[in-house]
Design a protein around this ligand. Structure first.
Ligand SMILES: Nc1ncnc2c1ncn2[C@@H]1O[C@H](COP(=O)(O)OP(=O)(O)OP(=O)(O)O)[C@@H](O)[C@H]1O
Ligand SMILES: O=P(O)(O)OC[C@@]1(O)O[C@H](CO)[C@@H](O)[C@@H]1O
Length: 316
């Protein structure tokens, strides 16, 4: 498939990653170093797709005042920049990475002010960009002004245009989408915590997670991927069964964007007409590759392929 993938990030962020030997809440912490990288879930997906050689367009809403780092990323990787520019600045999200536990603590800001004209403009843009069968990734949270309407206007438009929609969001934005049946996405990728939050109860075992994923398949979401952090990822499909991918044994440098790399790998495989289990394998390899880097980047292709060889799937 040669068509471009489109990613849409309504609430991108500059990720300010601060590394510390350890994090002590309520105390003075001295940082080892810090780096700022353009991010937001759909931006990260686009960046990994571009590294793998998949043609990609990135759209969404960017604050004009600090758009430079995003524009450089897009230009450097050959990503077609379709972001609308809004007055003001894109938010900065703080990521505190503790070297002793390898845990990341996220402090995410709410997002840029969005004028009323932005959503209709985005919808009009979709009418020009999206063709039948095109893969469109909607990823991340919503800026405050769009939280009431949520993703539904975009999902309805994308359904009318025949897009294959991948949605990666959480909290109220996910709940709004799952509360209706008329414009469900083709694939969702909650992490375990996000799925539990939506359900309002814990999912202690893989069997519990698989049962909920199957229920969502039956409701009309053809593919459900639940990422499990250091426990890997579970894929449940209507046609291709249910699979668990073991994680690869690596020492993460930063876990920020691992889920986005997983989504990117799965989208890259589907773009190349591979099966869903193959997509889960490539997604797991992308995630492991990204975990060893700061920012949404993949290593050279040969390194990702070497990781891919190591991915083990197990039927659930
Ligand atoms: N410690 C780890 N070791 C090996 N693989 C990992 C580890 N943490 C995450 N992964 C891989 O990354 C994938 C995505 O991780 P995770 O479930 O943390 O995503 P996420 O919560 O959506 O992350 P984010 O929102 O930061 O993108 C997992 O399915 C797994 O393959
Ligand atoms: O507020 P959201 O959209 O849920 O999450 C935003 C974010 O944490 O997600 C990415 C990692 O997945 C980061 O680049 C970014 O800061």
């Amino acid at each position: 498939m040669s068509r471009q993938v489109l990613t849409i990030t309504l609430n991108p962020a500059l990720d300010h990653t601060i590394r510390l030997a350890s994090l002590e809440v309520g105390r003075v912490n001295v940082a080892q170093d810090a780096a700022q990288t353009p991010g937001g879930k759909g931006v990260n997906v686009a960046s990994c797709l571009a590294d793998w050689g998949v043609p990609v367009m990135a759209s969404g809403l960017l604050g004009r005042d600090n758009a430079g780092a995003f524009a450089s990323l897009f230009e450097g990787k050959g990503i077609a920049d379709r972001f609308l520019r809004l007055p003001g600045s894109t938010r900065t999200n703080i990521k505190l990475v503790a070297q002793d536990t390898l845990d990341t603590t996220d402090v995410n800001l709410p997002g840029v002010d969005v004028p009323d004209s932005a959503l209709p403009q985005l919808i009009e843009q979709l009418q020009h960009l999206v063709e039948d069968g095109q893969i469109v990734v909607l990823a991340g949270s919503l800026p405050p002004a769009l939280q009431a309407v949520g993703y539904l206007p975009l999902l309805r438009e994308l359904k009318a245009l025949g897009a294959e929609v991948v949605l990666d969001t959480s909290g109220e934005a996910l709940a709004q989408v799952l509360a209706q049946d008329e414009a469900l996405p083709a694939m969702i990728k909650p992490n375990r915590h996000e799925l539990e939050e939506w359900l309002g109860r814990a999912l202690p075992s893989i069997a519990d997670i698989a049962a909920e994923a199957r229920r969502l398949n039956q409701r009309g979401i053809a593919t459900v991927v639940v990422s499990l952090g250091g426990d890997g990822a579970l894929l449940s499909t209507r046609q291709d069964g249910c699979w668990l991918a073991s994680p690869l044994r690596i020492t993460p440098l930063s876990t920020v964007g691992a889920g986005d790399a997983l989504v990117a790998g799965m989208v890259a495989a589907r773009h190349a007409d591979q099966s869903w289990p193959q997509a889960l394998r490539l997604g797991t390899a992308f995630a492991a590759a990204k975990l060893q880097r700061l920012g949404p980047h993949l290593p050279p292709r040969a390194e990702v392929k070497a990781l891919l060889e190591q991915v083990q799937l197990q039927a659930v």
